[in-house]
Design a protein. Structure first.
Length: 360
């Protein structure tokens, strides 16, 4: 792992730490306050924005998405899939990523697998409707409203279009004004282009050994994820955001209760997570229940968790992703980095390096 940086808060006390390098070529060190691509942590911000519109009566959680976006999700599918199903990934709409990045499809044993798509899309401007169509055209991942979900970025691009429909603003603009600014975040925002403004690390992608040595993708057009995963933030801002959310300062207490109604969802890596409306529930035996989200962009990984009582928080960022290499069957194998991060999370969340958070 080239570099890791984190902030932990405990009952009014704050610890910030960093180790390693932000640039493996120059040796520039990472520091705790660097800006970072936070990937799917963005989904909590988008979900909070949707819940604000639910509170205003402009969106109904159990209304069909086809009633709001008939041109995007027409017919029977649009009538079966509700806003809630998009938020908790039970819509049955699959992720568009295999079609947006076709050279990665079939990894690791496909005949033409390569990192070519990642490089080809570095400066590509995707349109949300283009990506949504890719997801809708793929074979369904399940029936709408099933007892378990399948994680899909397509759901959150649709929620972004829903926000635009009911607010008359871009999704990014609405989230900025009504979630980011409301939370008092000073270093969080949607990037205006492929570059990150302000001090940040380079971000190295290995894609399970397919890219060796890992390649820097810190300059990348994030239109491929938009309101699903495009935010840039800091560990300090993420802790501030989740503290405000769980304290009822971003959405109402009743909205937060809806966000915390979880069910099992199969994540992109095949694991099962307890997922609500844009929130993960993470249990640490003997330590408590935490709420938050994790996220990944090319080369950048982030996790932010806040204990249910709000008194303990952890946000961690790393600048290498998908370091595990697959075995002969294609399954990514454990790596020492996994154990090191688990120990860090246990120490940060519970003061015990042997504690192990569980999401399933």
């Amino acid at each position: 792992m080239p570099g890791v940086f984190a902030e932990v808060r405990d009952r009014g006390r704050t610890w910030r730490g960093a180790s390693g390098t932000a640039d493996v070529t120059t040796g520039r060190p990472v520091t705790p306050g660097l800006r970072h691509r936070v990937g799917s942590v963005t989904k909590t911000f988008t979900a909070a924005a949707v819940m604000q519109q639910v509170e205003r009566g402009r969106i109904r959680l159990d209304a069909p998405i086809g009633g709001y976006l008939p041109g995007l999700v027409p017919g029977e599918r649009g009538q079966k899939i509700t806003v809630r199903m998009l938020l908790n990934h039970t819509s049955g709409i699959p992720d568009y990523l295999p079609r947006a990045f076709p050279s990665l499809a079939g990894f690791p044993s496909g005949p033409d697998v390569s990192a070519r798509s990642i490089d080809d899309n570095r400066f590509r401007q995707f349109r949300p409707d283009e990506l949504i169509r890719m997801g809708l055209d793929a074979p369904p991942a399940g029936e709408p409203g099933g007892p378990a979900g399948v994680y899909s970025n397509t759901n959150y691009l649709l929620l972004g279009r829903l926000l635009e429909q009911v607010t008359g603003s871009t999704a990014e603009g609405y989230i900025t004004r009504n979630v980011i600014e409301r939370a008092g975040l000073r270093h969080t925002g949607f990037p205006a282009g492929p570059r990150i403004e302000g001090p940040h690390s380079r971000m190295y992608e290995a894609f399970y050994g397919l890219i060796d040595p890992p390649r820097d993708y810190s300059v990348y057009d994030m239109s491929w994820v938009g309101p699903a995963a495009a935010l840039v933030s800091t560990t300090d801002d993420l802790n501030r955001f989740y503290a405000g959310l769980l304290d009822g300062r971003i959405v109402s207490r009743s909205s937060l209760a809806q966000m915390q109604r979880t069910l099992p969802v199969r994540a992109l890596d095949g694991t099962t997570i307890h997922y609500g409306l844009g929130l993960h529930e993470v249990t640490v035996p003997g330590c408590g229940t935490f709420w938050g989200h994790d996220g990944s962009a090319w080369g950048a990984g982030t996790i932010s968790l806040t204990r249910a009582d709000g008194k303990r928080q952890m946000s961690v960022a790393v600048n290498l992703q998908r370091w595990n290499r697959p075995d002969s069957s294609g399954l990514p194998q454990p790596h020492p980095i996994d154990g090191a991060l688990a120990a860090l999370y246990g120490q940060a969340l519970c003061g015990d390096g042997n504690a192990r958070p569980t999401t399933g």
